[in-house]
Design a protein around this ligand. Structure first.
Ligand code: NAD
Length: 298
């Protein structure tokens, strides 16, 4: 049994911490929001009203926070109170610069650290089937592997510090672009008199096949479990997709990579969010694409 402090018990962190409890770990939790603490307590997490109390005596600390600024401020506080040797893992999706800064903070204190963002959403967090993309030293990855296995199914070591965030950002840029591509194809098909099912039947077994089509199909019907069949309730909210494609564009600018489709995707998700649809599933962007083509929303 490991004593794990879990900081950030929201939509993702809450169920992840609950799965660590189920795996037999002693889990100590802290969140700024009282309702998140209450739910975590209900799930077997021992909760605290300060960060310092929650991490006292823990041999591992996991953070699952909204963005890089939150992670840096919490990790800054952590290195002030933790003993050297405590394992630090950040599972949030954050910008590359903040991920590197977090590793530097940990290194300065003598704490092994990993960036380990996830995919699989709230469903995967609850089911314990997340994919972890991990950056950091190989020996630290090996040490942390059983902890990831309590919360996820696929655990991939991507390379040195910040490589996990790099993989997450690149993957989600593909996802953001491919959803727009699939949406545009359905809108064009509608204009050409092609049924949704016929396009799906062809593209899903042809070279247009991709996750955005076969798992998250943006029109109701062909994939009954996709958000399009339940009024585009997320799923993966457009606001979160916007956050991730923006992270990809910040990273591309810093690294000097040309990502014109990523830039266009960021603009389109921004417009969709500005129009008030940030809380809808990101696949609902098809309705904005359809509006722009002049046929009206479905
Ligand atoms: P969330 O807003 O539900 O949870 C974040 C929690 O952090 C909140 O409960 C908030 O009160 C807490 N918090 C903020 N600052 C804090 C601080 N200083 N100390 C302690 N607690 C603090 O967000 P979420 O959906 O759980 O997402 C968390 C991270 O996971 C984000 O980086 C997100 O991009 C990433 N992610 C989310 C999903 C998803 O489907 N929701 C999927 C993959 C990755």
């Amino acid at each position: 049994m490991t004593s794990i402090a879990f900081i950030g018990l929201g939509h993702m962190g809450g169920p992840m911490a609950a799965n660590l409890v189920k795996a037999g770990h002693d889990v100590r939790g802290f969140d700024l929001a009282a309702p998140s603490l209450e739910l975590a307590r209900h799930n077997g997490v021992t909760t605290y009203t300060s960060l310092a109390e929650a991490v006292s005596g823990a041999d591992t600390v996991i953070t699952m926070l909204p963005a890089g600024t939150h992670v840096i401020s919490v990790w800054q506080e952590l290195v002030d109170v933790l003993s050297a040797g405590t394992l630090l893992i950040d599972c949030s999706t954050i910008d590359i610069d903040s991920a590197r800064k977090a590793h530097e903070l940990a290194e300065g204190k003598g704490c092994p650290a990993l960036d380990a963002p996830v995919s699989g959403g709230t469903g995967g967090a609850a089911a314990g089937t997340l994919t972890f993309m991990v950056g950091g030293a190989a020996d630290v990855f090996a040490l942390a592997r059983p902890i990831f296995e309590a919360m996820g199914k696929k655990i991939i070591h991507c390379g040195a510090a910040s490589a996990g965030q790099a993989a997450k950002i690149c993957n989600n840029m593909i996802l953001g672009i491919s959803m727009i591509a699939v949406g545009e194809a359905f809108v064009l098909g509608e204009k050409l008199g092609l049924s949704h099912q016929a396009l799906y039947d062809v593209a899903s077994v042809s070279s247009g096949q991709c996750w955005s089509l076969t798992t998250y199909c943006p029109v109701p019907g062909p994939v009954p479990a996709s958000p399009a069949n339940r009024g585009y309730e997320p799923g993966f909210a457009a606001a979160l997709m916007l956050k991730d494609v923006k992270l990809s564009q910040t990273a591309a600018e810093t690294a000097g990579a040309a990502t014109p489709l990523g830039a266009m995707a960021a603009q389109l998700y921004q417009r969709f969010a500005d129009e008030g649809f940030g809380e809808k599933d990101f696949s609902a962007i098809i309705n904005m694409l359809r509006d722009k083509s002049g046929t009206g929303a479905a």
